[in-house]
Design a protein around this ligand. Sequence first.
Ligand SMILES: CC(C)(COP(=O)(O)OP(=O)(O)OC[C@H]1O[C@@H](n2cnc3c(N)ncnc32)[C@H](O)[C@@H]1OP(=O)(O)O)[C@@H](O)C(=O)NCCC(=O)NCCS
Length: 314
Amino acid sequence: MTKRVAMREAVPEDLPALRALARTSLVHDSDAEAIVELLWSSAAEGCRIVLEHTDADDDADGTGGTRIIGFALGSLRPAHDALPATGHVELIIVDPEHRELGHGRELLADLERRLIAAGATRLRIRGNPPHFAWPGIDIRYTPAVCMAAAAGYERLLDCNSMLVDLAAADLATEKDEQRLTEAGIEVRRGRPEDEQALRAWCDEEFGGTWGQEAAMALRTSPPTLHVAVRDGAYLGFAGHGMQRADMFGPMGTAEAARGHGIGAVLLRRCLADQRDAGIEVAEIGWVGPARFYSKTVGARLGRVFWAFEKSVAA
Ligand SMILES: CC(C)(COP(=O)(O)OP(=O)(O)OC[C@H]1O[C@@H](n2cnc3c(N)ncnc32)[C@H](O)[C@@H]1OP(=O)(O)O)[C@@H](O)C(=O)NCCC(=O)NCCS
């Protein structure tokens, strides 16, 4: 009887097996397969790995008894703005039948080595925008939370998402839009030709990756983004679905234009798009102003994510 387990770099042909593992393991994410696609596309070179199990006595499917029982994906954020190059552990999954045998630990350690080899000087388990699925580990994936702690990671600030029941939320904007029009403010769906100017405006006004995320939303058909404009100048934007179809955000209103209800209209327009697309519950990711979302569309605090970081000894 020959049984062995081996790690190797993943190839695109492995994707169906990875999607199947995600479908059975990511029980709190109904779009598990799309998450694999998203994190596969943004993974760093050499940071997609699979764990294969061979049982030579079990060749019923003609594969020599070899099948994928786990995988790990990682991405890299180059050094920027005085922040060090960061390796992100994006996703690790082990087949339920092969858990608690040390495979998760092995996959994590190998992924860390690869991320460090690719230049990372610190490691994080926290979304790596603009291509992120979560802002950390949903604490209901408790073994994963324990694994991070056991591997020497320290907790960063927790993050939350909020949930909106789209059938119950008041998403009407007509009256508010009328009022804004009278004040010379046009609210409209983004257009592909907005990309350059909107991205520059987001970079200037908010920094971070919102400009890139806005650009991603403008490239879908139709664009999943709405803007508020006065005299040709952007005052606010909100987008949805650029990482995952049921996700809302980011959104932002220029500081000087806040308090006029622009954000509420932009938010409702996006959620109405999602409702029209058949989504029942939208998830507002990585929430800052809980009061705004709660008051405007009855959002409730939803998932809790713990983010982690580990420094890499020089
Ligand atoms: C998290 C996961 C990858 C661990 O894989 P595994 O092969 O079972 O893990 P290992 O046997 O190597 O154990 C590594 C550590 O994980 C933790 N762990 C694993 N199973 C656990 C459990 N049932 N309860 C608590 N901690 C657990 C432990 O800390 C363990 O190390 P320790 O025993 O030295 O403390 C696996 O549970 C899994 O695929 N879960 C579903 C997918 C998931 O949650 N992925 C992360 C989403 S962001």
